[in-house]
Design a protein around this ligand. Sequence first.
Ligand SMILES: Nc1ncnc2c1ncn2[C@@H]1O[C@H](COP(=O)(O)OP(=O)(O)OP(=O)(O)O)[C@@H](O)[C@H]1O
Ligand SMILES: [Mg+2]
Length: 161
Amino acid sequence: MAIAMAGKWQAGNLPPELTSLVGRRAELDVVRTAVRHSRLVTLTGIGGVGKSRVALRAAAELRSEFGGGAWLVGLSALNDGGLVPHAIAGALRLADQTARPMTEVLAEHLSGRELLIVLDSCEHLAGPAARSSPRCSPPYRGCACSPPAAARSKWRARRWS
Ligand SMILES: Nc1ncnc2c1ncn2[C@@H]1O[C@H](COP(=O)(O)OP(=O)(O)OP(=O)(O)O)[C@@H](O)[C@H]1O
Ligand SMILES: [Mg+2]
């Protein structure tokens, strides 16, 4: 078999919240609703405004609605956009022994599964991150976090169908 899960299957890798989340109920409602209705939701806002916190809390609250779990893919340290699919596969703990393109491996793994994936800090990889998403669909849903190129509003969620 080409794909094997390394270790025991776990429905997600969301980190525990180490501090209490203050407020943001309205934003969480918006994000949850947006994720339920769209395959890709982008959170934008100035640095430090709380995009990652809101995305991770929303993902935790939605986790039970996704049979394949909720997963965090941190992209801040990644410089090569071509490696976005590998970063996603790594977070999902996918091991592939073949020379196939990783997007193909991901698509095969995700086929028939419903996952919620948070692509955190993807502003410098927006193109590759977006291109990876539809190829991994339809069961994949995503929530991406990035500061806007020019910050006009403090916080914003955008749905992409
Ligand atoms: N509503 C909140 N309640 C408590 N702490 C918060 C809240 N929002 C943000 N924080 C804290 O503020 C800090 C910055 O939040 P976060 O990392 O989510 O911001 P960000 O918008 O994702 O920043 P960046 O653009 O740098 O990725 C973190 O330590 C986070 O835990
Ligand atoms: Mg962040």
